[in-house]
Design a protein around this ligand. Structure first.
Ligand SMILES: *Cc1c(COP(=O)(O)O)cnc(C)c1O
Length: 428
């Protein structure tokens, strides 16, 4: 598979290089040089999830990874299902939260971990990343126990919920967690400084496991096919998909699925109050505002970093602009949507609720709708219990870690101390 940089088109790389590098020159995103659609979608949809996903990824990646190797990577990454739940007549939630950290980011992070481990062939790598919650947990779990890869996660001490912290700080082994006595921005700054420091970058072979990594997007394409495989043939021809969006990686993956031949009728880009894309879609002007804090905080993004890939899909003629609509849902309607869903017997969380509400606005008579459930309601327990006024059930994964001890090491917001700490744990 060849990819090129959307900012510097002469910067071309293989899949292996794109996975290892993440971003290209001038922070440009990698994009496939060509995409070949499948001829027989029905045959593909008839296959079981893991087998079908291997075929999809093989079609994209080509002969850079042997089919039997790729099948093994997919099998180790996709160890949990992606069912659709029928929440009301003609409306389904694609539940992407049955993985180890209860959010859809498990799919991308786990496949990326498998790819990096395979493609780096024995070379030691250190994943260094800052998190305000979700991403860190997904990355930590994905890389836990993988040979030759060490993971260091920085998070702001006391600024994430204790349960969320325990999801990644209790793993141990090759996963090292550091509680920085400051905020998330300070953690991000420390990571940036480390990447700019050649001693650390080269000495420890740093990699960021960033969310713009092409391997993550590719993994996410697979669950759109999995959703359609569960629909009847009549429904498949008439289905609209609504995606709760922050950095727009998830929607980008859905659009790649369509380019590969999945018969999605339209997409709805659902955002919270951070509505850069919906405003751009109606006015043609790209005018990001300051980011606002909302209940659906994983989507509090005003400069979505995957948008250039979506723009490229339109510009290069893969898709027509008419297949996308964009809707912003405010806080009041998010709460109302959660209540509506609870009334029909489906407890949901704010991100999925934004997508559900946006879907209801855009769905026409006779169409089937799917909205993406990106996180388990228990991950946003306080908000969900507040809005619905009822206690919610904690899934096994959270109950198990609640009693375990956090292995985090506290550190001041000081780069030299962090550097010393990194070398002491990684090169003792
Ligand atoms: C990351 C995240 C999103 C946003 O996904 P993007 O790919 O960044 O658009 C939505 N919901 C939840 C729960 C998330 O963690």
């Amino acid at each position: 598979m060849q990819l090129f940089n959307l900012k510097v088109s002469s910067d071309e790389v293989s899949f292996a290089e794109a996975v290892k590098k993440g971003l290209g020159k001038e922070q440009g995103l990698y994009f496939p040089k060509s995409i070949t659609p499948f001829d027989d979608i029905d045959a593909l949809l008839a296959l079981p999830f893991v087998e079908r996903s291997s075929k999809i990824l093989q079609q994209l990646i080509g002969d850079e990874i042997k089919p039997e190797v790729l099948s093994r990577l997919v099998e180790q990454a996709f160890t949990f299902p992606a069912p659709i739940a029928n929440v009301e007549e003609g409306v389904y939630c694609l539940e992407l939260f049955h993985g180890p950290t209860l959010a859809f980011k498990d799919f991308g992070a786990r496949f990326m971990a498998q790819c990096l481990s395979e493609l780096s062939k024995g070379q030691k790598i250190t994943i260094l990343t800052a998190t305000s919650g979700d991403t860190g947990a997904a990355v930590a779990h994905a890389f836990h126990g993988i040979e030759n890869i060490e993971v260091v996660i920085l998070f702001p001490k006391g600024k994430i919920s204790p349960l969320q912290e325990k999801l990644f700080s209790t793993l141990g082994g090759n996963v090292h967690t550091v509680a920085i006595e400051s905020d998330f921005d300070a953690c991000q700054q420390l990571v940036k400084t480390a990447f700019d420091d050649p001693d650390v970058r080269e000495g420890l072979h740093l990699n960021s496991a960033n969310s713009i990594n092409i391997s993550r997007l590719m993994a996410q394409i697979c669950y759109y096919f999995e959703a359609f495989s569960q629909l009847s043939p009549e429904e498949r021809a008439n289905t609209v998909v609504s995606v709760p969006s922050g950095n727009f990686g998830n929607l980008t993956a859905g659009m790649f699925a369509k380019v590969l031949g999945l018969p999605v009728k339209r997409f709805v880009a659902a955002t919270n109050l951070n509505d850069t894309v919906p405003r751009y879609w109606s006015t043609g002007d790209w005018l990001p505002n300051l980011t606002q804090a909302t209940m659906s905080n994983a989507m509090d993004v005003s400069q979505p970093n995957n948008w250039p890939r979506i723009e490229a899909l339109f510009e290069q003629g893969y898709l027509d602009r008419s297949i996308l609509s964009a809707v912003s849902i405010d806080e009041e309607y998010t709460q109302l949507a959660m209540k509506c869903l609870a009334n029909v017997g489906y407890v949901s969380e704010p991100h999925a609720a934004v997508a559900y509400k946006a879907l209801k606005r855009e769905l026409h008579e006779g169409e089937t709708g799917i909205f993406l459930g990106t996180a388990h309601p228990a991950k946003f327990r306080d908000t969900v219990e507040n809005v619905l006024g009822q206690p919610i059930h904690l899934p096994e994964a959270l109950v198990e870690v609640a009693d375990k001890e956090s292995l985090s090491v506290p550190l001041a917001n000081d780069y030299e101390q962090l550097k010393q700490h990194l070398f002491s744990i990684l090169e003792p």
